[in-house]
Design a protein around this ligand. Structure first.
Ligand SMILES: Cc1cc2nc3c(=O)[nH]c(=O)nc-3n(C[C@H](O)[C@H](O)[C@H](O)COP(=O)(O)OP(=O)(O)OC[C@H]3O[C@@H](n4cnc5c(N)ncnc54)[C@H](O)[C@@H]3O)c2cc1C
Length: 273
């Protein structure tokens, strides 16, 4: 029987681990398929406190992980496929065939970027194609960008980027694009119909998908699949907490996820207390 199992090893899960270990809970972190989480996908983080110069996401994660290991957090490479939260003891069924039992659980499984799947996207994602205005908008001052998306999200993105001094050359729905073009850097967006649109950057403002499907209906979710929380981190089941992007429909940022992780661990400690 574990005291506390933390599902996810991004900024939320790792920070929850640090706080829980320091509270004497001997937490177990299940890393999932993406050890370190989304931040591992970027080489340019300029807004994480404590790193004055732009730094790779992997460096930030390595620093947080080293701190977690030093605090005594245990790690396991496994993926939770199903849960049973109906009893006081929480049960987690994993890809490796284990059934883990825990007194408390923190879900910190993040949210995936909904990509277009178009040619050139994989090559330039994180190096010219971004899904995060808050993270990367400021890199495009005095440069030209294309916004991919529609509705209020696209309008908001245009306003935000213009305010930062970028020129928005076009707003296109994913279906109107044939490919993303470039050599060592992104150079243009090729519409399905028409001439290439020169661009230094592309912002995907398509929806993000919280990684909560494996929970089935064990926890309350909103219409977009984000976990519903009260007091910022308490889910619909006592003893199960949520932290980071999986429970944040707005403002998906590493520092916010880390803060949620700390709060979830403190609430878990209070619950177990
Ligand atoms: C390209 C890119 C650039 C970014 N740049 C910045 C930036 O500059 N500044 C910034 O603040 N934010 C940035 N972000 C956003 C930031 O990375 C996220 O807000 C942050 O990582 C969220 O942390 P999290 O711990 O909630 O989730 P994640 O980092 O997504 O971690 C989720 C974890 O859960 C695990 N997991 C998922 N499902 C399961 C399961 N079923 N079982 C077990 N484990 C599971 C995954 O393996 C992963 O370890 C960027 C994101 C991307 C994609």
């Amino acid at each position: 029987m574990e005291n506390l199992v933390i599902i996810g090893s991004g900024p939320a899960g790792l920070t929850a681990g640090i706080y829980a270990a320091r509270a004497g809970l001997k937490p177990l972190v299940l890393e999932g398929l993406e050890s370190g989480g989304q931040l591992m996908q970027t080489r340019h983080v300029a807004n994480y406190p404590g790193f004055a110069a732009t730094v790779g996401g992997a460096e930030i994660i390595a620093a947080i992980r080293a701190q977690a290991e030093a605090a005594g957090v245990r790690f396991k490479m496994d993926v939770v496929e199903k849960v049973d939260f109906t009893g006081e003891t929480k049960q987690l069924f994993t890809m490796m065939g284990d059934t883990l039992e825990a007194r408390a659980v923190i879900v910190a499984t993040g949210a995936g970027v909904t990509k277009t799947g178009l040619p050139g996207e994989a090559k330039f994602f994180g190096h010219g194609i971004s899904a995060c205005l808050t993270c990367d908008g400021a890199f495009y001052k005095d440069r030209t960008v294309v916004v991919v998306g529609d509705g209020a999200a696209a309008t908001g993105a245009v306003n935000y980027l213009t305010r930062l001094g970028a020129t928005v050359a076009a707003v296109l729905a994913p279906g109107a694009i044939a490919s993303f073009e470039g050599d060592t850097a992104l150079r243009a967006v090729r519409p399905a119909d028409g001439a290439d649109i020169a661009a230094d950057g592309v912002f995907l403002v398509t929806a993000r998908t919280p990684q909560t499907q494996f929970l089935g209906d064990a926890l309350a979710k909103d219409a977009t699949g984000h976990l519903v929380v009260t007091d910022q981190v308490k889910t619909s089941v006592a003893g199960v907490f949520a932290a980071g992007d999986c429970a944040r429909p707005r403002h998906k940022q590493a520092v916010i996820a880390a803060g949620d992780g700390a709060l979830a661990a403190l609430e878990a400690a209070a619950y177990l207390g």
